[in-house]
Design a protein. Structure first.
Length: 299
């Protein structure tokens, strides 16, 4: 049974976009994925995104994606929302992935803006609507123009929100003004997709986070949002400021690279990266240790 959700928080409040652990030879590490998923839920996550970009979805096969969803559901599906990343730049392929995730038992879908082919807004509307039409699962949109090349305009978000199964948006647009208008006009459950803006987005109506740094600071993220919701904005601000070195350090280079390095430093499942991603250099690892320590992360 899926964890309890509400229209305001359809996927919970604190979610981590989980890396995909690999074995030393680069194969899928399902045992490691289950151990990492359990660790993250124990640390305060009430949801996990599986097969997102942080999960190296561009370099995992469809079969591996399905295996990973199954494994994470088995490990934590009774106590956390397991949301499957199914977004591609091919609508038919995205629908296939969505239907597979539904059959496997995923609690929801994450659909990123089609990348590289740069569709117009009408194309985005039809793409996301077709995905939502294809299953009975709730859908979280993922608006990240820095990677996709195309933003989801506020007007398009409002139109998409009319679909009964499009219920949320992961916002990595980095524009608080546009977020403010879109939250007010669309009514979508809004999730911060940019860790540095977690607290600011709460102030304009976001309900939670889809985090990368949650791999290493989930208890702090949980404490931040609980303080904010409880009216203790000063405490929430103090936690935000404490985490600034972590927010900075985890994105000095590509986030999957630093996240896997941080997990390895903590003795947690991660493993190697698949090309074209590459490991941190010794100098970069030393800097990451400094950044994490400055934010209170124990290594």
């Amino acid at each position: 049974m899926a964890p309890i959700s509400t229209p305001q928080t359809p996927f919970g409040r604190v979610l981590t976009a989980m890396v995909t652990p690999f074995t030393a030879d680069g194969a899928l590490d399902l045992d490691g994925a289950q151990r990492l998923a359990a660790h993250l839920v124990d640390a305060g996550n009430d949801g996990l995104i599986v097969n997102g970009t942080t999960g190296e979805s561009p370099t995992t096969s469809d079969a591996e994606k399905d295996q990973l969803v199954r494994a994470v559901l088995e490990a934590v599906g009774d106590r956390a929302h397991v949301v499957a990343g199914i977004g591609t730049n091919d609508t038919r392929h995205s629908i296939e992935l969505a239907r597979t995730a539904e059959r496997t038992g995923a609690h929801g879908l994450l659909a990123v803006t089609p990348y590289y082919n740069k569709p117009p807004q009408e194309g985005l509307l039809r793409h996301f609507s077709a995905i939502a039409d294809s299953t009975g699962l709730p859908v979280m949109l993922y608006d990240i123009p820095g990677r996709s090349g195309v933003p989801i305009d506020t007007e398009t978000l409002v139109r998409l929100a009319e679909h009964p199964r499009i219920v949320a948006n992961k916002d990595a647009k980095g524009d608080l003004g546009r977020a403010s208008w879109a939250i007010a006009q669309s009514g979508l459950a809004w999730y911060s997709g940019d860790d540095m803006l977690n607290l600011p987005l709460l102030s304009v109506g976001a309900v939670g986070f889809v985090s990368v740094v949650g791999h290493v600071v989930s208890p702090d993220l949980r404490a931040l949002i609980e303080a904010y919701l409880g009216g203790d904005v000063q405490k929430a601000t103090e936690i935000h400021q404490k985490l600034l070195p972590v927010f900075t350090g985890m994105f000095r280079t590509q986030g999957v690279i630093t996240t896997k390095a941080a997990l390895t430093l903590q003795g947690l499942p991660a493993g190697p990266l698949r090309l074209p991603l590459v490991e941190l250099t010794a100098q970069e690892t030393a800097q990451l240790k400094i950044d994490l320590a400055a934010g209170g992360v124990q290594l």
